[in-house]
Structures are given as C-alpha cells and as structure tokens.
Design a binder for this molecule. Structure first.
Ligand SMILES: [Ca+2]
Length: 274
C-alpha cells in the first residue's frame, strides 16, 4: 500500500497502470467528452423521489470535485431534485481496477451510488450491474458493494454483496474500488478488501462480466432501499463529492485474479434474502 501527499490510498503502480481518469479539476459542467447527464423523473425504477436534472444546482464540477447535490424542491412532479451521469459510449471498461475517491452525504433517505452497468444487452439484470459503492443514510457508516446478474439480483433477493463499516465516510474522503478480473471481482475501501464475487462458470446469467461496462454516479432520494426508514426532509441540500474517478489496467500478476495479490476465484459472497 502506498499513499500520496493527502493520504489517499493509491494502488500498487507495479500492478496497476492508469488508463483513464477524470480528476474533476475544471469548474463547470461535467466533461461532456466523458459523461452524459441523465434527466428523468422516473425514480430510478425504485420509486425514488428525485427528478434528475442537468441544472448546475444538481450536478457540476466545483473546487476539484464532482458535486451531485440533492435538493428539496419540486420538479417534474417529484419532491426533490438531484443528479445522475454515466460514461456510456464514452468510457467503458472490461476488467481492471475502477476506483473513485468520495465523500458521502448524510441523512435518513439519502441513497448515493458509484456503480457500473454492462453493455452486453438482454436488459437489466442480465446485462450485469457492479455496485462499487452504495450508501443508504439510515445505516450511517455502512458502505455496500454488490453484484447483480440474471441469476443474482434483488428482484429475487439473490444479489451478492457485502458491507463494511467506514465510520467517518460522511466526513472524510475514502477510495472505493472494484478489482475486476476474468475469474472474479474484489471490492475495497482504501485498499481494505471486504467482498469477493467469484465467477461461477460461463453461464451469462451468473457471469455477464466479460463485456465492457460503463460508470454511473447518482444520488437518489428515498426509494425502495434508501427510503425504507422514510426520508428526513430537513437535511437538504446534501452533496455527494467525488475528488476523482480512475481506471487502471493490470500490468503484473495473474490476469484471471487467481493467486498473488488476492485471489478472486474464491468467493466470500454474502447472499442476501435467503
Ligand atoms: Ca479532484
């Protein structure tokens, strides 16, 4: 483990070579060569309460961060506004290490996320979803990493994941990462491993992850998970801050993820709902 001057975790440069990043270092709208802002009032398919807008009030780059700000204000028939953006068709990755340095918002009802969706088609969940970091405000200090596929998904209660306690995640930046190999995925906060999802054969419904996936940042309010304990309307506005997002390719070690540096072929999956 090595660290830079501000103490952020950095991956071993002997193993991981940076291939793409957004450092969010130019104030204004997010870089349109890398990101598409999503605008809709659909509630994310999870009965969430926000309208996603392209307003700089909701999504912008400021002081070295991507800022996604949820606000208590009516828009498009919804009770809140917020932001969501994705890198589809602009930055897509198959295998490697994907990480972001994030400071999380707080309050019952918040549901920010840093995640990826596969481009393999077949619709959700068959395309595959990699939730590198999800946070629900009614569980302060617990951050979640989860994988959804055709066979493993929350519709069935069979999604695979785990969570770890990061007590100051609302006050400090932490580096949330997935290391994605051909035989499995390992999930980390600040280089600390807390979850492995091992490949189980070649069935696309169990492992749709040999195809490119794109990155999503969003900040939902309420919804089927974030809103389980209700929404504290008094905490808004709230901001999710992202210092950077970086993608690396593996340049040493076993590219399947087996063995050295951490074995991604042996699952320590926690299966929800059963
Ligand atoms: Ca930055």
């Amino acid at each position: 483990m090595s660290q830079n001057d501000d103490g952020a975790y950095k991956p071993d440069p002997a193993k991981w070579q940076l291939v793409w990043s957004d450092e969010f270092d130019k104030d204004g709208p997010p870089d349109s060569s890398k990101w598409t802002i999503e605008q809709n009032n659909k509630g994310g398919g999870n009965r969430e309460l926000q309208a996603y807008t392209d307003s700089p009030n909701n999504i912008r780059v400021e002081n070295g961060n991507l800022v996604i700000e949820a606000r208590k204000e009516k828009s498009g028939g919804m009770q809140y506004t917020s932001g969501r953006m994705n890198s589809r068709g602009k930055a897509e990755f198959t295998y490697g290490r994907i990480e972001a340095r994030i400071k999380l918002p707080h309050g019952r009802g918040i549901w920010p996320a840093f995640w990826m969706l596969g481009t393999g088609g077949g619709g959700w969940p068959r395309c595959g979803e990699i939730d590198i970091m999800e946070y629900v405000g009614y569980q302060p200090g617990e951050v979640h990493g989860t994988v959804h596929t055709g066979a493993f998904n929350h519709m069935k209660g069979t999604q695979q994941g785990n969570h770890t306690t990061i007590g100051d995640c609302e006050d400090q930046y932490h580096v949330y990462a997935v290391e994605w190999y051909s035989k499995g995925m390992r999930f980390f906060v600040d280089g600390q491993h807390y979850f492995t999802f091992a490949r189980q054969g070649d069935d696309n419904d169990k492992w749709p992850f040999d195809k490119p996936a794109f990155i999503i940042f969003n900040f939902a309010v309420g919804g089927d998970w974030g809103g389980i304990k209700g929404v504290d309307a008094s905490v808004y506005p709230q901001k999710m801050l992202v210092d950077y997002v970086r993608a690396y390719k593996q340049i040493s070690g076993d590219p399947t993820g087996a063995g050295g540096g951490g074995d991604a072929t042996k699952s320590d999956v926690h299966q929800f709902g059963k």
